[in-house]
Design a protein around this ligand. Structure first.
Ligand code: ADP
Length: 261
């Protein structure tokens, strides 16, 4: 679980990037973080991966107080966190396979285990046939999938993706979000996705936390869609009238909204 308790972050130059932010994210959740430029999204990510420490309050990840970690221990903690950066950060001289393997080599994993896990994650991101390609031989979407494979190879508890659809067209955006959903489902990874993409959020609704000027202004969890609820409960495609009424009532309360700060 991720738990931020009354977290504030003031940088040395006096900028107050986050104000008294409290937030809980359960294991296996998939959340979006939205907000204008400068609102504090990157600061929040940096607090989660141990790059920055809070000025006050605490950041707990799986019970670890991240802000209190000794500098020499931060690298160990980071094994739990996978980050996909906007610019992918692939090693240009290494193949797709080697880029992903590298993330495991630095963990001192035995070679055979590394090869097995790399094959597994490349299959998961649908890049098995590009194992021997170098990054410059890949499309933007394929480079990004390599970066995702590299980030999840070590089986992190949390995967953070910073604007994963920033450079993608609408079709590829759809594929990307489906891939992140698959990782969330199959690898049981908690997903934290920072995005500006309203269309994606609308098409793939999930708990959405909006930050403005360092404050969480809304934290909304959509109810499952009417169709999904009906099919799940009845395993038929037609929705019985009784259920429809029940779902309509739930939909009236479709969003649980909390003013957090
Ligand atoms: P976002 O990711 O939403 O664009 P940031 O977390 O990067 O927002 O920034 C929040 C605020 O903190 C901004 O005013 C930004 O200029 C400031 N800021 C970010 N990083 C630093 C830093 N290292 N030193 C000083 N101010 C910073």
């Amino acid at each position: 679980m991720i738990e931020l308790k009354n977290v504030s972050k003031k940088y040395r130059n006096g900028t107050h990037a986050l104000h008294d932010v409290s937030l809980k994210v359960n294991d296996g959740e998939f959340i979006y973080i939205m907000g204008p430029t400068g609102s504090g999204k990157s600061t929040l990510i940096k607090l989660l991966d141990g790059e920055e420490v809070p000025t006050s309050g605490s950041v707990l990840v799986s019970g670890i107080n991240v802000g209190r970690l000794k500098k020499s221990k931060v690298y160990l903690y980071r094994r739990k966190i996978g980050v996909v950066f906007q610019d992918y950060r692939l090693l240009p001289e290494k193949t797709v396979f080697e880029n992903v393997a590298y993330a495991l080599e630095i963990l001192d994993m035995p070679d055979e285990k590394i090869r097995k896990r790399v094959r597994e994650v490349l299959k998961l991101v649908d890049l098995a046939d590009k194992s021997n390609a170098k990054p410059h031989e890949l499309s933007g979407g394929q480079q990004q999938r390599t970066a995702i494979a590299r980030a999840i190879a070590k089986k992190p508890t949390i995967l953070i993706a910073d604007e994963p659809t920033g450079n993608l067209d609408p079709d590829m955006t759809n594929e990307m979000i489906k891939l992140l959903e698959k990782i969330n489902r199959e690898e049981k990874t908690t997903l934290v996705v920072v995005t500006h993409n309203d269309v994606m959020v609308e098409n793939h609704p999930k708990r959405t936390i909006r930050i403005e000027a360092g404050h969480i202004v809304t934290d909304r969890t959509p109810e499952p869609k009417k169709e999904e609820t009906a099919v799940e409960q009845t395993e038929v495609e037609e929705e019985p009238v009784v259920l429809e009424t029940a779902v309509a009532t739930v939909e009236e309360e479709a969003y649980s909204e909390g003013e957090v700060s």
